[in-house]
Design a protein around this ligand. Sequence first.
Ligand code: AMP
Length: 279
Amino acid sequence: MLVIKHIHDLKNHLKSYKNIGFVPTMGALHQGHISLICEAKKNNELTVCSIFVNPTQFNDPADFKKYPITIESDIELLLEAHCDVLFLPEIQDMYPDGMENLPNYAIGYLDTILDGKFRKGHFNGVCIIVHRLLLAVEPQTLYLGEKDFQQCLVIRQMIAQEQLPVDVVSCPTLRMENGLAMSSRNQRLSQDGRKKAGLLYAQLQYINEEQHHDTFAHLQEKAIKTLQENGFETEYLLLAHADTLEILDNFNFSANMVLLVASYFEGVRLIDNLRLTKQ
Ligand code: AMP
């Protein structure tokens, strides 16, 4: 695996490849990330992974400071997965003109709900970095995790608005045995906390199972209460149209629906989602 730090060297190396699959990450890699690398490897001549902890997408500076950095074990995992290129830029490579006068993306509705509402500026930071990374790598296909459901929609919209010639593949969420979605942030949970945090996904499954037997409002209230009784502080637990993220007051069985949750556990902000299945 080649480790490349500067955009100029990256472009030089990649120019002879026609079929590049790209997996952008912020590092602290786990098997969820590696599943995206494997998917990219299946369908592309060359697989590029980037690791860059992007400061402009952290609405909370303390969260940025605490973000885990584990570059040595990341490289080991990428080697095991036979990733071809690791792009490892420094801040000056991605923000050569500094942090002033950054562009504003027209995110619109998606920036007013869920993580857009609770993490002001987060998705604009995501658009800035993903756009810059796409211009640097120029992949044919971009691989994203459905774990960040809203982020997938925001990035697809940005790609359409900027008319970038890249296909997007959304990949399923990898989970621990107890259902907890794999996440770099899980490293900040205690060992016991990691076991207990499986309750978050269990509550989404519970609502999915009960969808024909109760109103969403009632199930939502029960789930938030159960989470609270077990040490979670929930920011949102909502039902939405899976294609548009239009928030739904109650189940609409003719629509594709998704449950989305953000909840703090042991001071760590966890997000998860579940597409409702036909029962
Ligand atoms: P991050 O490093 O958290 O920015 O994530 C990089 C990419 O990996 C994003 O597209 C995420 O959605 C994806 N990802 C993160 N966790 C998982 C997971 N548990 N399963 C599948 N993909 C994931």
